[in-house]
Write a protein that binds this ligand. Structure first.
Ligand SMILES: C[S@@+](CC[C@H](N)C(=O)[O-])C[C@H]1O[C@@H](n2cnc3c(N)ncnc32)[C@H](O)[C@@H]1O
Length: 203
């Protein structure tokens, strides 16, 4: 093997390892990396009716596909929580270069540790196992009236208020816990579930 071939091979292997790390390393925390498409972000922000009075949290902010559009186009106060450090650097750079610095907060940490009690909109694009873990946190912390919009994976057991099937967007409105009547045989396992009927949104 010539020196040039060896160098090329080393570059290729290093590059592939870097890509694999960037995309898959965070999988152990709840999801790998894949940015939400522009059209899905637009539909998520529309279905959640995001506006300037909102406090939006993107759980697993990635490189900011949802975060910066919510702040720039909708005027929301946003918090992006991200566990992977290179993406945190990218988020910091994006905020430094384009802002708005006063409305975008970025937290390097675990999304399962975030306080959601003052949040009006939650956005997420996580793997099914993470959605399972997230559900009880949403139910314990979200104020009534909060909206949750998930890309690709629904929240297990919740009824969406709107679904965009082509873009894989599921929108929910948290109405607070509902408790079954005491006489109900299901009362022991009463579930909280937003009760509005689903609307399927066409492309
Ligand atoms: C599929 S990407 C979505 C990124 C962004 N929300 C978007 O829609 O473009 C999921 C992101 O969640 C992050 N993530 C996964 N588990 C996490 C955890 N426990 N805490 C914080 N971030 C997490 C990953 O690092 C990844 O950047």
């Amino acid at each position: 093997m010539t020196t040039l071939t060896l160098e090329l091979f080393t570059i290729l292997v290093t590059g592939a390892a870097a890509v694999l790390y960037f995309v898959f390393a965070s999988f152990v925390f709840g999801a790998g990396y894949q940015p939400t498409s522009r059209s899905a972000v637009a539909r998520m922000l529309d279905l959640a009716n995001v506006g300037p009075t909102d406090r939006l949290v993107d759980l697993g902010a990635g490189t900011g596909a949802i975060l910066f559009r919510a702040a720039r186009e909708r005027g929301a106060d946003v918090l992006g929580v991200e566990v992977e450090p290179i993406r945190i650097l990218i988020l910091w750079a994006r905020r430094a270069l384009g802002g708005p610095a006063d409305r975008v907060r970025i937290r390097w940490g675990n999304l399962f540790d975030v306080d959601l009690t003052t949040t009006s909109v939650v956005t997420c694009f996580l793997w099914p196992g993470a959605m399972e873990r997230l559900k009880p946190l949403l139910e314990a912390q979200l104020p009534a009236g909060a909206r949750v919009v998930s890309h690709w994976h629904p929240i297990p057991g919740w009824t969406p208020v709107a679904v965009d099937r082509p873009r894989h967007v599921f929108a929910y409105r948290w109405t607070g816990p509902t408790t079954a009547p005491a006489s109900s045989s299901a009362s022991a396992g009463a579930r909280s579930s937003p009760s509005l009927q689903p609307v399927v949104v066409n492309p």
